[in-house]
Design a protein around this ligand. Structure first.
Ligand code: ADP
Length: 248
């Protein structure tokens, strides 16, 4: 068992673009149910790392496993999504004309691979799950609200809810609190802490206050490899980390 019980396991992964090593012998793993924060200066390779996990970018070498049995390098991007890896990009992409409820319902339909249509009935398990997700994403009072009328933060939560409808084992989130108010940021921290356990999360973020409120282990990427890893206070005290943030 290569993965040693990890939900995500990368070993010695490298990828170059036109001779430039964007990811350089990177090794990283995530435990089931863990909430991992990834930080690092611009160009460190954070986006490329997410692209590799989701199958958008193929590494030149290395190993990428999901759980103990799934070799992600053997799967296409849509297959990886249906295997249970959900990705949220920085900008929210919800169906603005539709209600909160309809957005969540459609997210389920898309997953089942059926042509998107609102004219289908949820079974009772699906209805229960939808109701549970509405509470989790702080939108239980906005079920019938048009998604386009939500605040920026609420749209981000709705999109997370749409991913949750597909019950992913691993969620990858790119700068989830960018553009949020302080209150929305605090409620997003609450949301992520409630997802941890049932789901594993990998969060790329620059907002140190937010990271402090959610972080267990923080991984610092630099020049395409892991520069430091540990509790936030530990990595923030690390000379090499201080240097890449202040010295460049
Ligand atoms: P981060 O998300 O940490 O800012 P990226 O993963 O976007 O870093 O980029 C890492 C490095 O790889 C950067 O120097 C970037 O310019 C380069 N890079 C990323 N994707 C490509 C690409 N498709 N073609 C060429 N260079 C790329």
């Amino acid at each position: 068992d290569l993965s040693h019980g990890r939900i995500l396991y990368l070993e010695d992964v490298s990828v170059s673009f036109d001779g430039f090593k964007a990811i350089d012998h990177l090794s990283l793993d995530i435990a089931p149910g863990e909430l991992r924060c990834i930080i690092g200066p611009n160009g460190a390779g954070k986006t490329t790392l997410m692209d590799i996990i989701t199958g958008k970018t193929r590494p030149d070498s290395g190993t990428v496993y999901f759980g103990s049995t799934i070799d992600l390098l053997r799967h296409s991007e849509p297959e990886i999504a249906s295997l249970g890896i959900g990705r949220k990009f920085q900008k929210p992409t919800v169906f603005e004309q539709l209600s909160v409820f309809e957005n969540l319902k459609l997210a389920l339909k898309t997953h089942k691979g059926v042509k998107a249509s609102l004219f289908f009935r949820l079974d009772s398990g699906q209805s229960d799950r939808l109701a549970e997700i509405l509470h989790t994403i702080h939108l239980a009072d906005s079920v019938t609200r048009q998604a386009g009328k939500l605040s920026h933060g609420q749209k981000q939560w709705l999109e997370i809810g749409m991913l949750l409808m597909q019950d992913p084992r691993l969620l990858l989130l790119d700068e989830p609190v960018a553009g949020m108010t302080d209150e929305e940021t605090a409620r997003t921290a609450e949301l992520f802490l409630s997802l941890r356990g049932r789901h594993s999360l990998m969060v790329v973020e620059h907002d140190m206050g937010f990271i402090r409120s959610i972080a267990e282990i923080v991984t610092v990427l630099c020049d395409g490899a892991v520069l430091a890893q540990g509790r936030l206070d530990q990595v923030q005290a690390d000379e090499r980390v201080i240097e890449v943030y202040l010295g460049r």
